[in-house]
Design a binder for this molecule. Sequence first.
Ligand code: ZN
Length: 199
Amino acid sequence: MDLLWTDFLNSEWHDWRGSGRTDDRLDNPQWLKEFLETWKLDAPVPPDAGELAALKEFRGCLRSQAERLVSGTIPSDANLRELNRVMAGGPVIRQISHTAEGRQLDLLPFKRDWAQVMAEIAASFALTLVEGEGARVRVCANPDCLWVFYDDTRNRNKRFCDDKSCGNLMKVRRFRARHQGSTGQPGPGPEGRPDGGSK
Ligand SMILES: [Zn+2]
């Protein structure tokens, strides 16, 4: 399941097929526009140099916090202070509205800038800490991928960001490792497609 904060972390893209290629999508205005649109946020694109540096620094902090969760460590006081500091940069407006089921109360972003966007991302992570389950946060089991996701499956056994891409690739690798030297034949599967996948 994609959350605002996992989507943000995954802007640091690693080639899951193992070429070693990486792509920082925070440098890509088109990606940023789609990211803001998806999460109903607004800020000037592209961000200026200072904002971009702040975004990348925050992403680094958030990844290390996510990795703590993956390893089963609870957030430190310093982690919470960092989240509070970033959330303070984005005040909200409270708004009640009718829905099909009744009424709902929303917290709407107050500003249209990158500090506000970072505050919303920090709040999304904070909500996972408060309402979600830290033990459901995963890093894809393909070591080349590093995709971060929230496992909302009933059995809590989702190991790969995508079974069709990473899951299949790892299956092929396991097959090859098992049969290495025995037949010299490659295993089945689509490993190494030069342009496969657009995740
Ligand atoms: Zn993956």
